[in-house]
Design a protein around this ligand. Sequence first.
Ligand SMILES: *Cc1c(COP(=O)(O)O)cnc(C)c1O
Length: 231
Amino acid sequence: MEQIAANLAAVRGRIDAACIAAGRAPGSVRLLPVSKTRPAADVLAAHAGGCTRFGENKAQEGLAKARELAAVPGLEWVMIGHLQSNKARLVARFAAEFQALDSLALAAELDRRLQAEGRQLDVLIQVNSSGEASKSGLSPDGVVGFARALTPFDALRVRGLMTLALPSSDPTLVSACFDRVVDAQRRLRDAAVEGQRYDDLSMGMSGDFELAIAHGATEVRIGTAIFGART
Ligand SMILES: *Cc1c(COP(=O)(O)O)cnc(C)c1O
């Protein structure tokens, strides 16, 4: 518990320092603590430290935690992981945002389930910025066409882009990933599909968030540096 509070303070300090180093206002980057695999008690510890939005990558686990913590006012759940269409129903029920939209079939299924729930959902389009075959997401060149194809799904509110950079110790390679996403954002803004906004850039994790902030991230998704190593 105390460890989580101390880690949170340290991460916030590093985010502010990275903002200042990049000539950006501290507070212009949102912290999304990633609570996947961690128990509800850890979420409560971070909540006590001022966090209200939490990232989860599995629909069932996220829904279970949302239910367990239903009495805590103001908690929001953000789904950050690849989603199979058959789990769209769960996400439509409890998530405030979905950051890994990468297929029209999934968009259609999410929209159908959201319409049934009478809800809307903020979504980020996931970009495969590293070119790794193992990573989900649209190729940077496919993002504008994909965004245009999302217009029929009016329960989905497009808000920006999400990416996972190459897991590399070479900052040049990692930076190139972030730059590809910023470039895709610029092309989206030129295309300006009606009803969509592209301000949110969710990029940067425990190992690379300072670099992501230097490249324009508006939200960093941080698990290990707050909650410790996952087993
Ligand atoms: C687990 C996860 C994170 C957090 O990773 P850490 O390295 O633990 O900070 C961020 N984004 C996604 C999509 C994840 O699955």
